[in-house]
Design a protein around this ligand. Structure first.
Ligand SMILES: [Zn+2]
Length: 163
């Protein structure tokens, strides 16, 4: 068997040098700005134009790589915040379907990709196409991006401690 995964994978998966653990709970990550800060997770709206409404929800508790690593209380907190964020995205973007993915093949710290799929999608029956290609995408225009952030923050506002 020829190993294809990085030689330090097991160490990274166990949390060694984890960039998500060391970044704390920033307002901004390279992918975009935070629009939700929950008890145990932070959600960020992707800044580029690959898919409207594409968000990332990062688990902000102790280092874990998998949903199955969470204890029942942690799992309840993470999934309830995930559903809250999903509802806000559904309300604002009105997708045909929401795709949720817990991947972590390059960053093994628990996070969920939340990808709205729209009725004019180029590959409706398939996983998100943009995830299969390596390319740089232009950023969303600043005004448009700020409007989307505001809308998401507003719909999550009742217990939103940021801003
Ligand atoms: Zn971590």
């Amino acid at each position: 068997m020829k190993r294809t995964w990085p030689s330090d994978w097991e160490a990274r998966r166990s949390g060694m040098g984890c960039p998500a653990c060391s970044e704390g709970r920033p307002d901004r990550i390279p992918d975009g700005e935070r629009f939700f800060a929950g008890a145990t997770s932070d959600a960020y709206l992707n800044r580029d134009t690959r898919s409207r409404g594409y968000a990332l929800l990062f688990w902000r508790g102790r280092h874990v790589a998998e949903l199955s690593d969470l204890d029942p209380g942690e799992l309840a907190s993470f999934t309830s915040e995930l559903v809250r964020v999903c509802r806000a995205i559904e309300t604002h973007y009105q997708p045909a379907k929401l795709n949720l993915m817990v991947l972590g093949n390059s960053l093994p710290h628990l996070h969920a990709h939340i990808v709205p799929r729209f009725v004019d999608d180029a590959s409706p029956g398939r996983p998100p196409r943009f995830m299969m290609v390596d390319q740089d995408w232009p950023p969303i225009g600043d005004e448009d991006y700020q409007r989307q952030l505001e809308a998401l923050r507003d719909s999550l506002a009742p217990s939103l401690p940021i801003r």
